[in-house]
Design a protein around this ligand. Structure first.
Ligand code: ASP
Ligand code: MG
Length: 455
């Protein structure tokens, strides 16, 4: 049994839904499947916009609703020929329920979080219904509402999954379904669940990957496939480095490290599967022949070496210097207390005897930060900096990676350089203006050089 998840980019137009149908038919020939879908591309955002417009009593919410309705009705028209009237009725019933929800928000001029989750849930309910109906033309398929087994607490908009109950109910649900008909392909709504007393919840934005991992772990699937619009995780962002290539196999740790640099995938959400020892494969709906990237708990046997160079733009570096730091204790605690008070999260840190440099993402409280740090240290701020991270395992087992990277950076000023003791991430901070050529130079020495170059 494999669990296949298709995100919004795989469900952007009727043509891509057809492509998903083809992928499913081919995959079902090999083994039984459970399919998890997210809403059609962009629909969740539009639904949330609708709720906010209704709350402000902005009559534009009616227009926004009509746009969503039209898009789903058009999909039915284009994707379903036989039995279209029945599917159309089911879609219309969901749309009517959505409209009532929005009217309720409009009347109350208030949108409590539970109404927000109810509104958002229609994206996945509509897409799963339409995908199942489209597939049912050629193969037995069933719409499955995850609220029937995915049990959460009542932290609306980011509800916590209650695993014990969820696992038990998920197993029971699918074993009953497959006992009735072993050939059915269930199409499950991602992203949504329900509390014990039946309130609709969502499990956090982009939660469909999480739904897929939860279902896979519960039923003991042999693989989770995340179908998206790229060939997998790459050695670099191909917009900057055209020679970037797909990474064939990564450990969960490496993937998590990459995700913190903006890779589209968030391995934290895959944890239920990874922890259960289930491999995760990232695949491209628009290029299904590509082998994709495999993510497993342990990664490849080839345990050492760089896998990817990622970057995070628009960071701010805060340099703090104080002579009082010499031989003193409690200095770092005092500095970081300020960050804590302002709820500012720090990414990279480098230190010397009398100075500390950190990077931060947000700029909003920067002036407050400088003000509060002033009594403790001299502060210097550099904005428009870029972190480049070389991710891989045991990067310092030998000095080859370090020496190649330094060689590549020759002549380019760096403001920070840091290697975690885990050896998973070697990070360099440069001015945004130097970022493009730095990334290209590093990618070239680590991934493009002659045979044997990539350690
Ligand atoms: N449709 C939901 C969202 O946009 C969940 C998902 O896409 O995974 O956040
Ligand atoms: Mg998504």
């Amino acid at each position: 049994m494999k669990v296949l998840k298709f995100g919004g980019s795989s469900l952007s137009t009727p043509a891509t839904v057809r492509q998903v149908g083809k992928i499913l038919l081919a995959a079902r020939r090999r083994e039984p499947l459970i399919v998890v879908v997210s809403a059609f591309e962009g629909v969740t955002n539009r639904l949330l916009d609708c709720a906010r417009l209704a709350e402000r009593a902005d009559p534009a919410f009616e227009e926004a609703f009509k746009h969503i309705a039209r898009r789903h009705r058009d999909a039915v028209t284009q994707l379903i020929k036989q039995g279209r009237a029945r599917v159309r009725d089911e879609v219309d019933a969901l749309l009517a329920e959505l409209h009532s929800t929005l009217e309720g928000i409009h009347l109350l001029r208030h949108c409590p979080v539970r109404a927000l989750d109810m509104t958002a849930s229609f994206g996945e309910r509509l897409s799963a219904l339409i995908v199942a109906a489209h597939l049912a033309r050629t193969h037995p398929a069933a719409f499955v509402d995850a609220r029937d087994f995915l049990v959460t607490d009542d932290q609306f908009t980011h509800a916590n999954v209650i695993f014990k109950k969820t696992n038990r109910r998920t197993r029971a649900y699918f074993s009953q379904m497959f006992r009735r008909s072993g050939r059915t392909i269930p199409i499950v709504t991602g992203f949504i669940g329900a509390t014990e007393d039946g309130q609709t919840t969502t499990i956090g934005r982009n939660g469909s990957d999480y739904s897929a991992a939860i279902v896979a772990a519960a039923v003991g699937a042999s693989e989770v496939q995340i179908w998206t619009d790229v060939d997998g995780l790459l050695t670099c962002d191909p917009r900057f480095v055209p020679s970037a290539r797909v990474i064939d196999h990564l450990s969960h740790e490496e993937a998590a490290e990459l995700a913190s640099f903006g890779a589209k995938l968030h391995p934290r959400t895959l944890e239920p599967a990874i922890e259960a020892g289930i491999p995760v494969r990232v695949l491209n709906t628009h290029n299904p022949a590509s082998p994709g990237t495999l993510i497993t708990r342990e990664g490849t046997a080839r345990a050492t070496g760089p896998r990817s160079v990622a970057r995070k733009r628009n960071v701010t570096v805060v340099h703090m210097t104080s002579n009082k730091m010499l031989g003193a204790h409690g200095f770092l605690a005092r500095l970081f207390e300020v960050f804590e008070q302002l709820e500012m999260s720090v990414d990279l840190i480098t230190t010397s005897e009398v100075s500390v440099s950190v990077t931060i993402d947000e700029k909003e409280h920067l002036s407050h930060l400088i003000e509060r740090l002033a009594p403790v240290a001299d502060v210097e701020v550099s904005e428009n900096q870029c972190i480049m991270a070389i991710v891989g395992r045991n990067l310092m087992r030998d000095s080859i990676v370090g020496s190649r990277v330094f060689e590549a950076m020759r002549g380019i000023p760096m403001s920070m350089f840091s290697l975690g003791t885990s050896g998973l991430n070697l990070s360099i901070v440069v001015d945004e203006a130097d970022a493009d050529r730095s990334v290209r130079a590093i990618h070239a020495v680590l991934f493009e050089a002659a045979v044997g170059a990539a350690p």
